[in-house]
Design a binder for this molecule. Structure first.
Ligand SMILES: C[S@@+](CC[C@H](N)C(=O)[O-])C[C@H]1O[C@@H](n2cnc3c(N)ncnc32)[C@H](O)[C@@H]1O
Length: 268
């Protein structure tokens, strides 16, 4: 069960609230004769959140789940006590979130975007290597794909994305601009065998499995680049620290024997 909870943390967070409920009910029942109703309700909400957060911790969930678990009962009570709130904004917010982040709970990879400086560096890298095929695994809004396609003559730039919102937006932008191609495809099912440069900006979770897949499928002389997340226990061929505000780190992994990039980045 622990592995299921760690794979799908939202299940663990829900379970934590359910387990906390009878404990809170028992404690508040004991206190009900001694404490006024309003402070008792406030205490019950606090206790519910605190116990749920502790359970999330025992499940080994990431720290933001502890915060969510703690705030959840307070937020629920808040919306109930504010009174007469229409239900539709919550429905729309839910749909919007599902549209953009529907794959996040399973894959643990949210949407955040490569910045302009990194896009430019990647385009230069692809050009300098003379790459013909570039893939962005989890291409988000498709900015990297369009930039590479626009700046590097003759390159086939492909992005694969599963979240419906980002896929639709990026697909449309690519079609309208004529730069790059976006497919609705799971990055773990993408054929990497033709790619000269594969780029990923994901999270620590998928890196080991993704690197194994890259190593098995990518041809010698090709390059796997990960933005910010190194592959555990694998020494990168190079690490580039860019001169942007967030000091972006690109981890470069050469596949087999091959050329190495020559750009003048500050290497660490
Ligand atoms: C951090 S964003 C990076 C977006 C884009 N590569 C960029 O750098 O601007 C990661 C993207 O990967 C997508 N993603 C997560 N898991 C995926 C999967 N299994 N297959 C395809 N896309 C996935 C997410 O929906 C998200 O849009």
């Amino acid at each position: 069960m622990l592995s299921l909870v760690r794979k799908t943390p939202i299940l663990g967070a829900l379970m934590a609230q359910v387990v906390a409920m009878p404990l809170v009910a028992a404690v508040t029942a004991l206190l009900s004769g001694m404490v006024d109703q309003t402070p008792l309700i406030a205490f019950a909400l606090f206790l519910q959140g605190a116990i749920a957060a502790v359970i999330c911790r025992l499940f080994g969930l990431a720290s933001w789940w502890l915060l969510i678990a703690f705030l959840f009962p307070l937020a629920m009570a808040g919306t109930m006590f504010v009174g007469n709130l229409p239900a539709w904004p919550f429905g729309i917010a839910f749909l919007l979130l599902a549209f953009v982040f529907s794959n996040t709970t399973r894959g643990r990879v949210p949407l955040y975007l490569t910045n302009a400086a990194t896009e430019q560096t990647l385009a230069d890298l692809v050009r300098e290597r003379g790459a013909r095929h570039f893939i962005d695994l989890g291409s988000g809004l498709g900015g990297v794909v369009r930039k590479v396609a626009e700046r590097v003559e003759g390159v086939e730039a492909l992005g694969v994305e599963t979240a419906p919102g980002p896929f639709l937006v990026s697909w449309l932008k690519s079609r309208l601009s004529g730069h790059g191609e976006i497919r609705r495809q799971n990055l773990f099912l993408t054929d990497l065998s033709k790619a000269d440069v594969v780029y990923a900006f994901l999270s620590p979770t998928p890196m080991p499995a993704l690197y194994e897949r890259a190593r098995a499928m990518m041809k010698p002389g090709s390059l796997f680049v990960s933005n910010s997340f190194a592959v555990p226990d694998v020494t990168p061929s190079e690490i580039w620290e860019l001169d942007d505000r967030r000091k972006t780190r690109l981890y470069l992994y050469e596949m087999g024997e091959g050329s190495s990039p020559t750009s003048a980045k500050s290497e660490v």
